[in-house]
Design a protein around this ligand. Structure first.
Ligand code: SD4
Length: 330
């Protein structure tokens, strides 16, 4: 039996994961039992990069009402896309050096299906366009004008994404045109979100306007499956924030999920992924990368290069902002 079919046919394709992750993922004939039948209490939860309480509350609303993780992460990150005070995501995002706001986003579901948009202009909800790419096309990624045209065909409205505030900031920046990515932007930045629903299924979403004042056409890690986001419903999920070029070079989110597959906790996996960047880059003191991960048991972890990165977690235990450990001590 094909692996995907096997997983779909089991009530939850991950049932044996809690007790024997590696054995179950390699042995397709082993009996998988729903977590509920095993007596394991599934606890829905959502985590997101940075202190984004509106986003996690919105996602939790979906999960708490019995909704699925995919709907939760889409709805959650949409809060940031529409929030013009977040100048790193969606409407109100800082533009590229020519004054154009260009968005990158991707989404990944429990079946390993994914959709992505890169260099998308004039559409606020890049994440929802990415979901449409996943669900309504045979493709994974649409770029630029093609992505924008696709969005209009799907009924997304054309909107001006450059707000007066971001325009003024850009005009100020143009006076020196010095390209220096800011290390931690006002406690909110690119949003990467991971959720587990009542069935124990995991999905993730990541959306951004990318690095402020980038060269026109630049695409970061956030829409790249495996770099800004990766989910394997048998194992867990990971997402990234910070200088995307450094994340792409080490395929950070995929690396974290694979490290968890080998038995590392989300925390250990995030630390190793940061160490990988630092060990290959003498310049690491000058940029930030932060990782966030969850595993199938609902354990979470995060790690970053510079101090200051935090993540939000919403579960039945509460709604909290958790500071991340950092390679460079605070
Ligand atoms: C990017 N990772 O485009 C995103 C931006 C970001 O802190 O997270 N900035 O590289």
């Amino acid at each position: 039996m094909k692996r995907r079919k096997f997983l779909k046919n089991s009530a939850i394709g991950s049932a044996g994961m809690l007790s024997a992750p590696i054995i179950a993922s390699c042995n397709e004939t082993s009996k998988t039992t729903p977590l509920k039948e095993e007596g394991v209490k599934i606890k829905p939860l959502v985590v997101a990069t940075w202190n984004v309480p509106n986003a996690t509350a919105s996602a939790w609303g979906v999960l708490n009402a019995g909704g699925n993780a995919l709907d939760a992460v889409e709805k959650g990150v949409m809060e940031e896309e529409v929030d013009v005070s977040n100048q790193s995501v969606g409407k109100g995002g800082r533009p590229d050096r020519d004054g154009n706001v260009t968005l990158d986003a991707c989404i990944m579901d429990k079946n390993g299906e994914c959709g992505s948009v890169v260099y998308l202009q004039n559409i606020t909800h890049a994440i929802s366009v990415a979901r449409k790419v996943m669900e309504d096309t045979p493709h994974v990624m649409l770029a630029g004008l093609g992505a924008e045209q696709f969005a209009y065909e799907k009924g997304f409205p054309k909107e001006e994404l450059l707000t007066e505030k971001s325009k003024q900031d850009w005009l100020e920046w143009k006076k020196t045109s010095k390209y220096e990515p800011i290390i931690n932007i006002e406690n909110h930045d690119t949003i990467g979100m991971l959720a587990i629903d009542k069935n124990g299924d995991i999905s993730g979403a990541c959306t951004t306007s990318g690095m402020a004042y980038k060269i026109g056409g630049r695409v970061g890690d956030s829409p790249i499956i495996g770099s800004g986001l990766f989910v394997d419903n048998e194992i867990g999920g990971a997402t990234a924030t910070g200088v995307g070029e450094e994340v792409v070079k080490t395929v950070g989110s995929f690396l974290i999920v694979e490290l968890m597959r080998q038995g590392k906790s989300p925390q250990e996996a995030c630390e190793e992924a940061v160490n990988r960047i630092v060990s290959k880059n003498n310049n690491y003191k000058n940029f930030q990368v932060g990782y966030l991960a969850i595993n199938k048991k609902g354990e979470t972890g995060s790690y970053c290069i510079q101090s200051g990165f935090t993540y939000r977690k919403y579960s039945e235990e509460g709604h909290i902002n958790i500071p991340s450990g950092s390679f460079i001590p605070s």
